[in-house]
Design a binder for this molecule. Structure first.
Ligand SMILES: *[C@@H]1O[C@H](CO)[C@@H](O)[C@H](O)[C@H]1NC(C)=O
Ligand SMILES: *[C@@H]1O[C@H](CO)[C@@H](O)[C@H](O)[C@H]1NC(C)=O
Length: 347
């Protein structure tokens, strides 16, 4: 997430829902860019910040602007995905940030008032009939800017929350509402970008993979990892490793393909998605979709893989519509969800 908003012009010619994937039959080297299609695009200005998936395959989205809201996209892999408003917040809650599933069909998400700095964690429970139930867990007092979320694999009700302005990761017990600092290392700090004066964004996306905490530092344009304990603290003697430093303007959130050991990372203001080896010093990063001067994934904010047999290899990418950094200086569009078919792709 990046908050500086520049003057924009809207390009609203991308509103139609397109059909399902033509299911390319890939044999031999995969063609780059990977096939993409618009799953859903909002009718008006909308900065979609983060995404999670229900076990039934529905996508759950958090909106940062113009208002704090949770949406669901039903049947995203079909030719007719349906958008549903799950919850809208009163105006004092300005925007939402990260979201993650804790227990089956219960998700925790964060957000709040970007001007007063009052932030909260909420849960939304889709097991409840007839409507999902949203509850406040706790006000995140002293948190600078809650951004990316992940759960501890060993304690699902414990959520790690990246703090992009304080440069640290918090640990929230969603049962009790207690929270404390889990990890704070210099590699999470927002490094000041060349005299722009804009608030820099440090640690952003976070995910745990095989006992390592992976994170992006947006300003440093780098992905790092660090061994952690089962309760999310730094493992004894663990040292921060650089997974990859990318030649991009920004790194935002990411999804890891567990089978292939590939990190698919979004670049926010430069409108792309890169594939990165999970192992430091591994294969070179590959640009898989988007371009700095194209709207394909304009303002790519986050990514997640589908969970049904139909879309397990579809990477769903959310966008801000390039609101904070218009394409070619003038082009922005309503945010959207783009499905990228990663089937057959290897680094
Ligand atoms: C491509 O199509 C052929 C023939 O239908 C099939 O045998 C093969 O498994 C397909 N490959 C992939 C990668 O889907
Ligand atoms: C941005 O400008 C470049 C160079 O003129 C052009 O090739 C590209 O198509 C433009 N992008 C859009 C989305 O119009």
């Amino acid at each position: 997430m990046r908050f500086r908003v520049s003057p924009i012009a809207f390009c609203s010619s991308f509103l139609a829902l397109s059909g399902a994937f033509p299911t390319p039959n890939i044999s031999g080297p995969t063609k780059i860019p990977l096939p993409d299609r618009i799953v859903y695009q909002f009718p008006n200005l909308a900065w979609i910040e983060n995404i999670a998936v229900r076990s039934n395959g529905d996508l759950i989205l958090t909106q940062l602007t113009p208002k704090a809201a949770v949406f669901a996209i039903e049947k995203p892999a079909s030719s007719s995905p349906q958008i549903q408003l799950v919850n809208e917040f009163p105006a004092d809650v300005e925007g939402l940030t990260g979201i993650v599933e804790t227990t089956p069909d219960t998700f925790v998400f964060t957000g709040g008032n970007l001007h007063t700095g009052e932030y909260f964690a909420w849960s939304v429970d889709f097991n409840r009939r007839p409507h999902p139930v949203v509850k406040q867990i706790v006000q995140l007092v002293d948190v600078g800017l809650p951004n990316g979320l992940c759960t501890l694999p060993w304690l699902n009700h414990v959520v790690l929350i990246s703090d992009s302005s304080l440069g640290q990761v918090w640990r929230l017990n969603t049962h009790t509402g207690n929270f404390d600092v889990a990890v704070k290392v210099p590699e999470m700090t927002p490094v000041q970008q060349g005299g722009s004066g804009a608030a820099a964004t440090g640690v952003n996306g976070i995910t745990i993979f095989k006992g390592w905490l992976y994170w992006t530092n947006s300003a440093a344009k780098t992905i790092y990892r660090l061994k952690i304990t089962r309760d999310g603290s730094i493992a004894r003697g663990a040292k921060v490793e650089v997974v990859a430093k990318l030649d991009v303007g920004f790194v935002d959130d990411f999804a890891i393909d567990l089978e292939r050991g590939i990190i698919f990372v979004t670049t926010g203001l430069d409108n792309r998605v890169w594939a990165v080896d999970v192992h430091p010093g591994g294969k070179a990063p590959v640009l898989v979709v988007g371009a700095t001067n194209q709207l394909t994934v304009a303002g790519s904010t986050s990514a997640v893989f589908g969970r049904t047999s139909r879309d397990r290899k579809v990477l769903y990418v959310t966008t801000s519509g390039a609101l904070s950094a218009p394409v070619n200086g003038t082009l922005a569009e309503p945010g959207k969800v783009v499905g990228v078919d990663t089937k057959g792709f290897h680094l």
